[in-house]
Design a binder for this molecule. Structure first.
Ligand code: ADP
Length: 306
């Protein structure tokens, strides 16, 4: 039986233009190539979890527009339950406008749109599905009061919470102590602790500091290096898998979505991290965000081959 996971977070449509170079203010640069892709950290993680083998209930909000319709359709194609993806009749679907230059650098302008109107009330309406879930997975691209309410609801129902604190913003200890697993990347860990992660000792120190604020388990993701995990009993680096990286966009999202699946299935923490490292490594070998999230068979085969 697939475990039920609730993911609460953002839905965006990414409008990507590859250009020879970035336009200066007031300038038009010709010769671009256009791509449209589904995005948003919440959606990326929900898709990664669904493909890795969970029944995913996604709580999110889109606009009553073409982007909203194509977004809902894409979730259904991945088998994600969309009963709690609501539609805002006045505000458009979240959109990210992304320029990528010839060196692969990008600049991003984000219009949060309907994501900004995902309210605590909408989450309360989903309380029964949250309480039936094996796990709740969240990020910080929706209003913080909604994140807060979600975490408190989950804790009341004894449902473990994974919080991916991205994009970085301050989180009070009252919230942190209700988080089972916190998964910052290096930048977010530095932001939350004020510690610059330039050495192994600094990484350990940052994880320790976050745990002292009440988080049960801290997993700092370290890009191609893998992760550092810290619990009361275990403190260790878990290396990533070596692959030919083509595009690291959304590696963290795939890591979080698949970690949630492995934990919900009852895997031991280190095995769950290995599973998520494998899925994230596979994702960086392919272009795109949701397009690069691997399916369960691929992850299992990859792990078997290592
Ligand atoms: P984010 O995308 O949030 O910045 P990271 O860059 O830390 O997150 O990547 C998340 C995870 O993805 C890493 O912990 C690792 O498992 C995997 N990963 C990222 N980059 C690579 C890479 N070049 N090779 C293999 N695995 C990678």
């Amino acid at each position: 039986m697939k475990p039920l996971i609730t993911v609460i977070g953002s839905s965006n449509v990414d409008l990507i233009v590859k250009l020879p170079r970035f336009p200066k203010p007031g300038e038009t640069v010709l010769g671009g190539q256009f791509y449209k892709a589904q995005g948003g950290k919440g959606a990326n993680q929900a898709v990664a979890a669904a493909r890795a083998g969970a029944n995913v209930c996604f709580i999110s909000r889109v606009g009553n527009d073409d982007f909203g319709k194509s977004t809902l359709l894409s979730y259904s194609k991945d088998g994600i339950t969309i009963d709690h993806v609501s539609v805002d009749n006045t505000i458009p679907t979240g959109v990210a406008v992304i320029y990528v230059d010839a060196h692969g650098e990008n600049t991003i302008g984000l219009a949060e749109g309907a994501n900004a109107t995902l309210t605590p009330e909408q989450v309360r309406r989903a309380a029964s599905v949250i309480s039936l879930s094996k796990l709740l997975l969240l990020q910080l691209e929706i209003p913080f009061e909604t994140v807060k309410e979600s975490i408190l609801l989950a804790r009341k129902a004894n449902v473990p919470v994974i919080l991916n604190p991205a994009p970085a913003q301050p989180i009070d200890s009252e919230i942190l102590k209700n988080v089972s697993i916190l998964t910052p990347n290096e930048i977010e860990a530095e932001f939350l602790t004020g510690i610059s992660l330039t050495t192994d000792d600094a990484i350990k120190h940052a994880a320790q500091q976050l745990r002292s604020r009440g988080v049960h388990t801290v997993i700092i993701t370290l890009g191609s290096r893998g992760v550092y995990v810290s619990t009361e009993r275990e403190n260790l680096f878990v290396p990533s898998f070596q692959v030919e990286a083509a595009d690291t966009t959304a590696a963290g999202d795939v890591f979080n979505g698949t970690l949630a699946v492995a934990i919900a299935e009852g895997k031991k923490l280190i095995d769950a991290i290995r599973f998520a490292n494998a899925a994230a490594a596979l994702s960086v070998t392919k272009l795109g965000a949701q397009t690069s999230a691997p399916r369960r068979e691929e992850i299992d085969e990859f792990l078997f081959s290592q």
